[in-house]
Structures are given as C-alpha cells and as structure tokens.
Design a protein around this ligand. Structure first.
Ligand SMILES: *Cc1c(COP(=O)(O)O)cnc(C)c1O
Length: 339
C-alpha cells in the first residue's frame, strides 16, 4: 500500500469526477463561451454572495491577480510572515505588482486587528502605501490553523476604516468551514476578494477561483489574460470543479479527523518533540534528536509512506481524499513501530 501525505494536491480524480468531465459541454472561454466554466464561476460567486468569479489554473494565479487588482506599484501588502503569498509564490507580489510586503509575526499564521493597525504605515513620500491586507484560511505553514468569523470581523472593520482592501487566500477555506460550521455567505460579506482552490482537499485535478464584485472580476479577467491564464475549452476542468463543490466539501471533515487521530498518536511517541495544534488536515511536528527530518522521511519511505520536511527537524503530513481509513491504520502502525 503506497501512502502519500506530501500534500492534498496529490489526489487522483474519482471515476465519478472523470465521468462529469467527460460529459462537460465546452466552448472557448477566452470569448466567455464555455458554458461549464460560466456555470462554475456563477456557482462560486453565488456561494459567497458575490457578483462574479473567474476560473484560473492555480491558486498562485488567483492570489497574484488579486494583489495586482488591489494595488498600484509602490503600495504594500500586509500579511502574516507564514503567508503563502510571501513564502511560496516566488516573490510574485514584487515581480507582478511592484509592491512591498509588510510581514507580521502572528500566531500559527494568524494575525489580529491590533497587529495590523500597528503595521499600517503613516503616509510619507518615502514610505510604501499600506493598501491591502491578506489573510490565509486555513494557514498552510501555520499547521492548518483557521480563523473564526469573530476573529475576522474586527479586521474587516479596521480595513474599512483605514481604506484597505481585504483579500482571503482561502486555498483550504472549506477545511475550516466544516469545523466551524460557518457559512460561505458570511465569509463573503467580510472580504473584498476570495481565492479558493479546487485542486487541494476538494480533489479536482486543476483549478482555482477568484471571487469578488463585478468590477473587480472584470479587471481580474484582463490580468488573467496578460499572465497567460486565458484557457480555451477549460470546461473539462471546470466540470471537475463543479463536481468537487457538489460532492467533496462534506468529506473534508474526514480528512481533518484523520489528521487529528495521527496528531494524538504522535503526541504519545518518544521521538516527537512537539506537535502543532491539529486544527484541520495539516499536521506539522518537530522531531527530537532521535531523528532528523531527512532520516525520518527515509524510514517512512521504507514503509511506503511519503511526507515532506518542513525544516531540519520538522515534518509535515497532509491528509486528503485519497487517504483512506485503511491507510490511516497503516500509518498509525508504522509510526508506533518507529522508535
Ligand atoms: C496551495 C496554496 C495556494 C495555491 O497554490 P497553487 O499550487 O498555485 O494552486 C495558495 N495558498 C495556499 C495557502 C496554498 O496552500
């Protein structure tokens, strides 16, 4: 049994999803004539109570487009130091938008209205202009931590008061919502723009959506095109996204539960120094001197389990749609046996 805990991006489309893709009605989406892409965009927009959405090849692209539309060169983006837009998007905020980044040291990737308020720069010719706040929910490098709506509301009020845009990198937003039971409509009211990934826990092979009001999305479509993200018969991919939103959201609860079970086991093991609080489907833990991340991953690989290093002594597991109950039992067995 091969077990892959490297990321929730490793899933294969299910036979039912493939069938939905095969049946898709398609057209040229650059001309706005792909009915399946249009249906996916309309579905996502209405899910969040927003006017429009645009389908993109990746979450990096939806985030980069959002930053570009929200800012002008010489502005700055405020976010947590763990943010995907800072850590894992190749410095694209500087390259694509010519903006600076103002990093906050949050807790497990989460920041507060007080911290943001203190980070906003006064207006001087020699300072970048604070323009956009980006929150990540769930936070990847933060170990899958999530915000509740009550934590976001004061940030929303501050952004309105200070005339700052508020973007949500919601790559794994649904992993949070199945825990908090909060609604997408309520999330929609708190952000100017939202990015969600279909290719993570939702199990689609490709695709992300950027959601916002019509004027924002009209500009976003232009930026998508100039970035080379205008796709033609993309309805085959959009069909997988529609299928994922209809059938795979509730299943995320299982991914979160399985991560929690592994986390509880790790807590009890002598070679584990520390397990970050397991809130959703990402599990980050530190090893003590018994192992380095490298030697630990090599041992796991011998047992047919793949995972990734998140530092010299730090390992990350991510659970997902293709990680079954049987695999969970196997992982628990292997982890217990390693000493
Ligand atoms: C995966 C991810 C993205 C987007 O990544 P792509 O691989 O470009 O789709 C954005 N933000 C977070 C938090 C992510 O985990």
């Amino acid at each position: 049994m091969k077990i892959n805990l490297i990321s929730d991006t490793v899933t294969q489309p299910t036979p039912e999803m493939l069938e939905a893709m095969m049946q898709a009605e398609v057209g040229d989406d650059v001309f706005g004539e792909d009915p399946t892409v249009n249906a996916l965009e309309a579905k996502a927009a209405s899910l969040f109570g927003k006017e429009a959405a645009v389908f993109c090849p990746s979450g990096t692209m939806t985030n980069q487009i959002a930053i570009k539309v929200h800012t002008q060169p010489l502005d700055e983006v405020i976010c947590d130091e763990y943010s995907h837009i800072y850590q894992y998007e190749t410095g694209g905020y500087a390259y694509n938008s010519g903006v600076a980044i103002n990093l906050i040291k949050g807790q497990h990737g989460k920041i507060t209205a007080e911290q943001i308020k203190a980070a906003i720069k006064p207006v001087y010719d020699w300072l970048p202009l604070s323009k956009l706040v980006v929150l990540e929910n769930t936070c990847n490098k933060g170990g899958g931590s999530y915000y509740t709506l009550d934590e976001i509301r004061p940030i929303r009020s501050l952004c309105i008061e200070q005339n700052l845009g508020l973007h949500l990198d919601g790559a794994r937003l649904f992993n949070a919502l199945v825990e908090t039971k909060e609604s997408t409509q309520d999330v929609g009211m708190l952000f100017d723009s939202i990015s969600i990934c279909l290719s993570k826990g939702l199990g689609a092979p490709v695709g992300s959506l950027l959601i916002g009001d019509s004027d924002f999305i009209r500009q976003a479509r232009r930026i998508r095109k100039v970035m080379g993200g205008g796709m033609r018969q993309a309805g085959y991919l959009a069909a997988a996204g529609v299928y994922a939103l209809d059938h795979h959201v509730a299943k995320l609860k299982e991914d979160n539960r399985r991560a929690r079970v592994i986390g509880e086991m790790l807590e009890s093991l002598s070679y584990v120094d520390n397990v970050r609080p397991v809130k959703s489907n990402i599990l980050i833990f530190d090893l003590n001197e018994a192992y380095t991340a490298e030697s630990y991953l090599a041992q796991l690989a011998n047992h047919g389990i793949k995972a990734s290093a998140f530092g010299p002594q730090t390992v990350r597991f991510v659970t997902h749609l293709d990680f079954t109950e049987e695999m969970l039992e196997q992982v628990l067995e292997v982890l217990k046996r390693m000493t």
